[in-house]
Design a protein around this ligand. Sequence first.
Ligand code: 13P
Ligand code: SF4
Length: 307
Amino acid sequence: MLAVLSNSSSIVSKIRDLARKRNAVILAHNYQRGDVQDAADYLGDSLELSQNAARINTDVIVFCGVHFMAETASILSPDKVVLTPDEDAGCRMADMISVDRLRSLKSTHPDATVVSYVNSTAAVKAESDVCCTSANAVEVIASIEAPEIIFVPDKYLAAYVQTKVSRKIIPWSGYCPTHVKILPEDVQRQKQLHPAAKVIVHPECTPPVIALADDVLSTGGMCKYASRSSAAEIIVGTEIGLLHRLRKENPDKVFYAASDRAVCPNMKTITLPKLLWALQEKKTEVKVPETIRIKAKEALDRMLEVS
Ligand code: 13P
Ligand code: SF4
Protein backbone atom coordinates (compact mmCIF):
# COMPACT_ATOMS: atom_id res chain seq x y z
CA MET A 1 0.00 0.00 0.00
CA LEU A 2 2.79 2.42 0.96
CA ALA A 3 4.66 1.56 -2.25
CA VAL A 4 1.50 2.20 -4.31
CA LEU A 5 0.96 5.53 -2.57
CA SER A 6 4.50 6.78 -3.14
CA ASN A 7 4.42 5.55 -6.73
CA SER A 8 1.27 7.49 -7.53
CA SER A 9 2.46 10.60 -5.66
CA SER A 10 5.75 10.57 -7.59
CA ILE A 11 3.92 10.27 -10.92
CA VAL A 12 1.64 13.15 -9.89
CA SER A 13 4.64 15.35 -9.09
CA LYS A 14 6.17 14.49 -12.49
CA ILE A 15 2.88 15.41 -14.16
CA ARG A 16 2.67 18.70 -12.28
CA ASP A 17 6.32 19.60 -13.06
CA LEU A 18 5.93 18.82 -16.73
CA ALA A 19 2.63 20.70 -16.97
CA ARG A 20 4.45 23.76 -15.59
CA LYS A 21 7.36 23.34 -18.03
CA ARG A 22 5.06 22.90 -21.04
CA ASN A 23 2.77 25.78 -19.97
CA ALA A 24 -0.06 23.26 -20.00
CA VAL A 25 -3.35 23.16 -18.15
CA ILE A 26 -4.95 19.82 -17.25
CA LEU A 27 -8.74 19.72 -17.56
CA ALA A 28 -10.60 16.68 -16.27
CA HIS A 29 -14.21 15.65 -16.54
CA ASN A 30 -16.09 14.71 -13.36
CA TYR A 31 -16.22 11.03 -14.47
CA GLN A 32 -12.45 10.59 -14.57
CA ARG A 33 -10.71 8.22 -12.19
CA GLY A 34 -10.19 9.77 -8.74
CA ASP A 35 -6.39 9.96 -9.06
CA VAL A 36 -6.68 11.68 -12.46
CA GLN A 37 -9.20 14.17 -11.01
CA ASP A 38 -6.77 14.91 -8.19
CA ALA A 39 -3.92 15.61 -10.64
CA ALA A 40 -5.95 18.09 -12.73
CA ASP A 41 -6.03 21.90 -12.60
CA TYR A 42 -9.76 22.10 -13.30
CA LEU A 43 -12.62 19.66 -12.93
CA GLY A 44 -16.04 20.14 -14.39
CA ASP A 45 -18.98 19.13 -16.51
CA SER A 46 -19.01 19.55 -20.29
CA LEU A 47 -20.19 23.17 -20.13
CA GLU A 48 -17.77 24.29 -17.43
CA LEU A 49 -14.84 22.62 -19.20
CA SER A 50 -15.68 24.15 -22.58
CA GLN A 51 -16.07 27.60 -20.97
CA ASN A 52 -12.67 27.03 -19.36
CA ALA A 53 -11.09 25.87 -22.62
CA ALA A 54 -12.37 29.01 -24.36
CA ARG A 55 -10.74 31.40 -21.89
CA ILE A 56 -7.61 29.59 -20.72
CA ASN A 57 -4.30 31.24 -21.53
CA THR A 58 -1.81 28.37 -21.69
CA ASP A 59 -0.03 26.96 -24.78
CA VAL A 60 -1.28 23.42 -24.16
CA ILE A 61 -4.54 21.91 -22.89
CA VAL A 62 -4.43 18.27 -21.80
CA PHE A 63 -8.00 17.02 -21.81
CA CYS A 64 -8.80 14.08 -19.56
CA GLY A 65 -12.23 13.14 -20.83
CA VAL A 66 -13.74 11.56 -23.93
CA HIS A 67 -12.86 12.56 -27.47
CA PHE A 68 -15.71 15.02 -28.17
CA MET A 69 -14.62 17.04 -25.12
CA ALA A 70 -11.06 17.46 -26.41
CA GLU A 71 -12.46 18.25 -29.86
CA THR A 72 -14.67 20.95 -28.35
CA ALA A 73 -11.64 22.49 -26.63
CA SER A 74 -9.76 22.50 -29.94
CA ILE A 75 -12.72 24.06 -31.79
CA LEU A 76 -12.94 26.87 -29.22
CA SER A 77 -9.17 27.38 -28.84
CA PRO A 78 -7.60 26.55 -32.23
CA ASP A 79 -4.34 28.33 -31.41
CA LYS A 80 -3.66 25.96 -28.50
CA VAL A 81 -2.28 22.45 -28.66
CA VAL A 82 -5.04 20.18 -27.31
CA LEU A 83 -3.86 16.74 -26.21
CA THR A 84 -5.77 13.62 -25.24
CA PRO A 85 -3.99 10.99 -23.15
CA ASP A 86 -5.99 8.29 -24.98
CA GLU A 87 -7.24 8.87 -28.50
CA ASP A 88 -9.49 5.81 -28.26
CA ALA A 89 -11.53 7.28 -25.41
CA GLY A 90 -14.70 7.96 -27.38
CA CYS A 91 -18.29 8.57 -26.32
CA ARG A 92 -20.55 5.71 -27.40
CA MET A 93 -23.56 8.00 -27.54
CA ALA A 94 -21.74 10.48 -29.84
CA ASP A 95 -21.10 7.61 -32.26
CA MET A 96 -24.85 6.92 -32.59
CA ILE A 97 -25.42 9.77 -35.07
CA SER A 98 -23.56 10.45 -38.32
CA VAL A 99 -23.52 13.51 -40.56
CA ASP A 100 -25.30 11.63 -43.37
CA ARG A 101 -28.13 10.49 -41.11
CA LEU A 102 -28.50 13.98 -39.67
CA ARG A 103 -28.64 15.48 -43.18
CA SER A 104 -31.33 13.05 -44.19
CA LEU A 105 -33.39 13.88 -41.05
CA LYS A 106 -32.94 17.60 -41.79
CA SER A 107 -34.24 17.11 -45.33
CA THR A 108 -37.53 15.76 -43.96
CA HIS A 109 -37.92 18.75 -41.57
CA PRO A 110 -36.55 21.72 -43.54
CA ASP A 111 -37.92 24.35 -41.13
CA ALA A 112 -36.58 22.76 -37.96
CA THR A 113 -33.76 24.23 -35.91
CA VAL A 114 -31.08 21.61 -35.25
CA VAL A 115 -29.75 21.32 -31.70
CA SER A 116 -26.87 18.96 -31.09
CA TYR A 117 -25.98 17.77 -27.63
CA VAL A 118 -22.30 18.52 -27.07
CA ASN A 119 -21.81 14.72 -26.88
CA SER A 120 -21.44 14.63 -30.67
CA THR A 121 -18.62 14.79 -33.21
CA ALA A 122 -17.31 18.09 -34.56
CA ALA A 123 -18.80 17.18 -37.97
CA VAL A 124 -22.28 16.74 -36.44
CA LYS A 125 -21.91 20.02 -34.55
CA ALA A 126 -20.99 21.68 -37.87
CA GLU A 127 -24.35 20.46 -39.31
CA SER A 128 -26.24 22.00 -36.35
CA ASP A 129 -27.60 25.44 -35.57
CA VAL A 130 -26.74 25.40 -31.89
CA CYS A 131 -25.21 23.05 -29.32
CA CYS A 132 -26.24 22.39 -25.75
CA THR A 133 -24.98 20.47 -22.75
CA SER A 134 -26.90 18.77 -19.98
CA ALA A 135 -26.45 21.95 -17.91
CA ASN A 136 -28.16 24.29 -20.38
CA ALA A 137 -30.33 22.09 -22.67
CA VAL A 138 -33.63 23.47 -21.35
CA GLU A 139 -32.36 27.08 -21.52
CA VAL A 140 -30.98 26.68 -25.07
CA ILE A 141 -34.10 24.97 -26.42
CA ALA A 142 -36.43 27.44 -24.68
CA SER A 143 -34.57 30.26 -26.47
CA ILE A 144 -35.37 28.85 -29.95
CA GLU A 145 -38.30 30.31 -31.88
CA ALA A 146 -38.65 27.72 -34.68
CA PRO A 147 -41.83 25.60 -34.45
CA GLU A 148 -39.86 22.34 -34.60
CA ILE A 149 -36.52 21.34 -33.11
CA ILE A 150 -34.41 18.40 -34.23
CA PHE A 151 -32.42 17.17 -31.24
CA VAL A 152 -29.50 14.75 -31.60
CA PRO A 153 -28.33 12.28 -30.44
CA ASP A 154 -29.82 11.63 -26.96
CA LYS A 155 -33.49 10.57 -26.94
CA TYR A 156 -33.67 10.64 -23.12
CA LEU A 157 -32.29 14.16 -22.76
CA ALA A 158 -34.73 15.14 -25.53
CA ALA A 159 -37.62 13.53 -23.62
CA TYR A 160 -36.62 15.33 -20.42
CA VAL A 161 -36.38 18.73 -22.16
CA GLN A 162 -39.74 18.08 -23.86
CA THR A 163 -41.36 18.01 -20.39
CA LYS A 164 -40.07 21.56 -19.84
CA VAL A 165 -40.74 23.30 -23.18
CA SER A 166 -43.83 23.56 -25.41
CA ARG A 167 -42.13 23.47 -28.84
CA LYS A 168 -42.08 20.12 -30.63
CA ILE A 169 -38.81 18.22 -30.30
CA ILE A 170 -37.93 15.62 -32.93
CA PRO A 171 -35.44 13.35 -31.16
CA TRP A 172 -32.73 11.12 -32.59
CA SER A 173 -32.78 7.62 -31.09
CA GLY A 174 -29.36 7.65 -29.39
CA TYR A 175 -28.75 7.08 -25.70
CA CYS A 176 -25.95 6.68 -23.20
CA PRO A 177 -25.14 2.99 -22.63
CA THR A 178 -23.86 3.84 -19.14
CA HIS A 179 -26.88 5.79 -17.89
CA VAL A 180 -29.40 3.22 -19.16
CA LYS A 181 -27.81 0.75 -16.74
CA ILE A 182 -29.38 2.74 -13.89
CA LEU A 183 -32.79 1.12 -13.42
CA PRO A 184 -35.80 2.47 -11.50
CA GLU A 185 -35.54 -0.62 -9.24
CA ASP A 186 -31.98 0.47 -8.30
CA VAL A 187 -33.19 3.91 -7.23
CA GLN A 188 -36.15 2.43 -5.36
CA ARG A 189 -33.87 0.00 -3.51
CA GLN A 190 -31.55 2.83 -2.45
CA LYS A 191 -34.54 4.93 -1.37
CA GLN A 192 -35.79 2.08 0.82
CA LEU A 193 -32.36 1.64 2.36
CA HIS A 194 -31.87 5.40 2.90
CA PRO A 195 -35.35 6.94 3.29
CA ALA A 196 -34.04 10.37 4.34
CA ALA A 197 -31.79 10.71 1.28
CA LYS A 198 -32.46 13.10 -1.60
CA VAL A 199 -32.22 11.66 -5.12
CA ILE A 200 -30.40 13.52 -7.91
CA VAL A 201 -30.06 12.08 -11.42
CA HIS A 202 -28.51 13.02 -14.74
CA PRO A 203 -30.91 13.87 -17.62
CA GLU A 204 -29.36 11.05 -19.70
CA CYS A 205 -31.23 8.63 -17.42
CA THR A 206 -34.43 7.02 -18.66
CA PRO A 207 -37.81 8.71 -17.90
CA PRO A 208 -38.81 6.14 -15.18
CA VAL A 209 -35.56 6.92 -13.32
CA ILE A 210 -36.05 10.67 -13.78
CA ALA A 211 -39.58 10.32 -12.35
CA LEU A 212 -38.07 9.12 -9.04
CA ALA A 213 -35.67 12.05 -8.65
CA ASP A 214 -35.86 15.15 -6.48
CA ASP A 215 -33.68 16.99 -9.02
CA VAL A 216 -32.33 16.40 -12.54
CA LEU A 217 -28.89 17.94 -13.00
CA SER A 218 -25.67 17.99 -15.01
CA THR A 219 -22.64 16.66 -13.14
CA GLY A 220 -21.57 20.25 -12.37
CA GLY A 221 -25.12 20.96 -11.16
CA MET A 222 -24.89 17.92 -8.88
CA CYS A 223 -21.70 19.30 -7.29
CA LYS A 224 -23.43 22.63 -6.59
CA TYR A 225 -26.54 20.87 -5.29
CA ALA A 226 -24.46 18.73 -2.90
CA SER A 227 -22.62 21.70 -1.42
CA ARG A 228 -25.78 23.81 -0.97
CA SER A 229 -28.22 21.11 0.13
CA SER A 230 -29.09 20.60 3.77
CA ALA A 231 -29.58 16.86 3.07
CA ALA A 232 -27.09 14.67 4.93
CA GLU A 233 -27.50 11.77 2.47
CA ILE A 234 -27.79 11.90 -1.32
CA ILE A 235 -28.44 9.13 -3.86
CA VAL A 236 -26.62 9.93 -7.09
CA GLY A 237 -27.89 8.66 -10.44
CA THR A 238 -24.99 9.12 -12.80
CA GLU A 239 -21.59 7.65 -13.72
CA ILE A 240 -19.92 6.64 -10.47
CA GLY A 241 -16.72 8.70 -11.08
CA LEU A 242 -18.59 11.77 -9.81
CA LEU A 243 -18.78 10.24 -6.31
CA HIS A 244 -15.05 10.81 -5.79
CA ARG A 245 -15.47 14.56 -6.18
CA LEU A 246 -18.74 14.73 -4.22
CA ARG A 247 -17.22 12.86 -1.26
CA LYS A 248 -14.00 14.89 -1.33
CA GLU A 249 -15.80 18.24 -1.41
CA ASN A 250 -18.50 17.27 1.12
CA PRO A 251 -16.88 15.11 3.81
CA ASP A 252 -19.82 15.73 6.16
CA LYS A 253 -22.35 14.17 3.73
CA VAL A 254 -22.96 10.61 2.61
CA PHE A 255 -23.36 9.76 -1.09
CA TYR A 256 -24.74 6.52 -2.51
CA ALA A 257 -24.44 5.45 -6.14
CA ALA A 258 -27.89 4.73 -7.56
CA SER A 259 -26.20 1.83 -9.34
CA ASP A 260 -22.62 0.54 -9.19
CA ARG A 261 -23.04 -0.63 -12.79
CA ALA A 262 -23.02 2.97 -14.06
CA VAL A 263 -19.41 2.99 -15.23
CA CYS A 264 -18.34 4.61 -18.53
CA PRO A 265 -15.46 2.38 -19.70
CA ASN A 266 -14.10 5.03 -22.05
CA MET A 267 -13.85 7.66 -19.32
CA LYS A 268 -11.84 5.15 -17.30
CA THR A 269 -9.23 4.40 -19.99
CA ILE A 270 -7.34 7.55 -19.02
CA THR A 271 -4.81 6.84 -16.27
CA LEU A 272 -1.98 8.76 -14.57
CA PRO A 273 0.74 7.00 -16.68
CA LYS A 274 -1.13 7.94 -19.87
CA LEU A 275 -1.49 11.54 -18.66
CA LEU A 276 2.26 11.69 -17.97
CA TRP A 277 2.99 10.18 -21.40
CA ALA A 278 0.77 12.79 -23.09
CA LEU A 279 2.78 15.60 -21.50
CA GLN A 280 6.15 13.96 -22.17
CA GLU A 281 5.48 13.16 -25.82
CA LYS A 282 3.08 16.06 -26.52
CA LYS A 283 0.62 13.49 -27.83
CA THR A 284 -2.01 12.80 -29.03
CA GLU A 285 -3.02 16.09 -30.56
CA VAL A 286 -6.71 16.60 -31.35
CA LYS A 287 -7.28 18.94 -34.25
CA VAL A 288 -10.44 19.61 -36.25
CA PRO A 289 -10.22 20.47 -40.00
CA GLU A 290 -10.75 24.22 -40.39
CA THR A 291 -13.90 24.05 -42.57
CA ILE A 292 -15.65 21.88 -39.97
CA ARG A 293 -14.18 23.81 -37.04
CA ILE A 294 -15.57 27.18 -38.17
CA LYS A 295 -19.13 25.85 -38.54
CA ALA A 296 -18.97 23.81 -35.33
CA LYS A 297 -17.68 26.88 -33.48
CA GLU A 298 -20.71 28.91 -34.62
CA ALA A 299 -23.00 26.30 -33.02
CA LEU A 300 -20.91 26.27 -29.83
CA ASP A 301 -20.70 30.09 -29.69
CA ARG A 302 -24.49 30.34 -29.92
CA MET A 303 -24.73 27.98 -26.96
CA LEU A 304 -22.16 29.94 -24.94
CA GLU A 305 -24.06 33.18 -25.65
CA VAL A 306 -27.27 31.65 -24.22
CA SER A 307 -25.43 30.30 -21.15
P1 13P B 1 -22.06 16.51 -17.97
O1 13P B 1 -21.88 17.59 -18.98
O2 13P B 1 -23.30 16.65 -17.14
O3 13P B 1 -20.84 16.36 -17.11
O4 13P B 1 -22.27 15.13 -18.75
C1 13P B 1 -21.33 14.64 -19.65
C2 13P B 1 -21.58 13.26 -20.00
O5 13P B 1 -20.91 12.66 -20.80
C3 13P B 1 -22.70 12.60 -19.35
O6 13P B 1 -22.68 11.26 -19.64
FE1 SF4 C 1 -20.75 9.21 -23.49
FE2 SF4 C 1 -22.33 8.04 -21.69
FE3 SF4 C 1 -19.70 7.93 -21.37
FE4 SF4 C 1 -21.03 10.25 -21.03
S1 SF4 C 1 -21.18 8.40 -19.78
S2 SF4 C 1 -19.13 9.96 -22.14
S3 SF4 C 1 -22.63 10.04 -22.63
S4 SF4 C 1 -20.90 7.03 -23.08
